[in-house]
Design a protein. Structure first.
Length: 297
């Protein structure tokens, strides 16, 4: 949801399982892409959700991760993931939801994770994190509330052995401090837009970094620099649909079928083919969220 240690890349010629070349816009049915962050339950998809899902499948997006944002949509994301081959979900309380959240929501979240821990589609605790961009979230009280929910959800991830999906917006250093204090089994720093040092900090803690629509804007120099130079093993792809639309959809609704075209930017930045990027980012997604391996369509 919009908020938005390495020696360099090793652009390996990774085999994509015999994938053929892409169409002119980078799409190919036999390339498997993983959208590691997509809010498919959002109201923006109410009118045509199944058509959006079908379009993603045709575009070669074989797996989609649907994160929750508050107690109000915990069941919605779970039920939606059950209906989509290859899809999984995460349960968590987004920092933007913390002002209206109750501390008892953590107990509810813990109970649901315990209840669904054997559900193969439950992949992570998320979307969780910190947001110090929006003005209402910058006050001392709001920061303290966010911090409490973040730490409590890290504890749940550690307790249940689940990776995390992190919301990172002007908050990378404090998120890293939390990860140093409360170790979790990896995950993804979603919509990453931090510094090289911060990127290396997340990778050192076992997390992958999510790149999506923001990377397609030529003026996004820092994001594009990171996408060019970070190690191959540190990157995953995402749309954050319906948010963070790519340059060609500026301010319009984003959809998961855009992922292969978004990946074309990563191909250009890393001088790699779509088959190489598809294979590497899919492997990285499954390393970050091992439950995806159970859901291969």
């Amino acid at each position: 949801m919009t908020g938005v240690a390495s020696s360099g890349p090793s652009h390996t010629d990774t085999n994509a399982g015999g994938a053929a070349g892409p169409d002119s816009d980078g799409r190919a049915k036999d390339l498997l892409w993983v959208d590691t962050h997509c809010h498919l339950d959002a109201a923006e998809f109410a009118a045509d959700r199944q058509a959006v899902i079908d379009a993603a499948r045709v575009a070669g997006v074989g797996q989609i991760v649907i994160p929750a944002v508050s107690v109000e949509n915990f069941e919605a994301v779970r039920e939606l993931a059950q209906r989509i081959p290859g899809a999984g979900y995460a349960l968590g309380i987004h920092p933007l939801a913390t002002p209206s959240a109750q501390r008892s929501d953590i107990e509810l979240l813990a109970g649901l994770i315990a209840q669904y821990r054997d559900d193969p589609k439950l992949l992570a605790v998320g979307e969780i994190g910190l947001d110090f961009f929006l003005e209402p979230l910058k006050t001392d009280a709001a920061r303290a509330t966010q911090g409490w929910f973040y730490r409590e959800q890290l504890k749940l991830a550690r307790r249940f052995g689940l990776p995390v999906l992190l919301h990172v917006r002007r908050s990378a250093d404090l998120l890293l401090a939390g990860l140093r204090q409360i170790e979790v089994p990896g995950g993804i720093a979603h919509a990453f837009n931090g510094s090289q040092q911060q990127a290396e900090g997340f990778i050192a803690r076992g997390l992958k970094l999510g790149f999506g629509g923001a990377m397609t804007f030529e003026r996004a120099l820092q994001i594009r620099r990171l996408a060019s130079t970070l190690p191959d093993t540190g990157l995953v792809l995402e749309t954050d649909a319906p948010d963070i639309a790519p340059a060609w959809l500026y301010r319009a609704r984003n959809t998961p079928d855009q992922l292969p075209r978004i990946a074309q930017t990563l191909c250009a930045l890393r001088s790699a083919t779509p088959a190489q990027i598809a294979a590497r980012t899919t492997a990285n997604a499954r390393a970050a969220l091992p439950g995806l391996l159970r859901l291969i369509p």
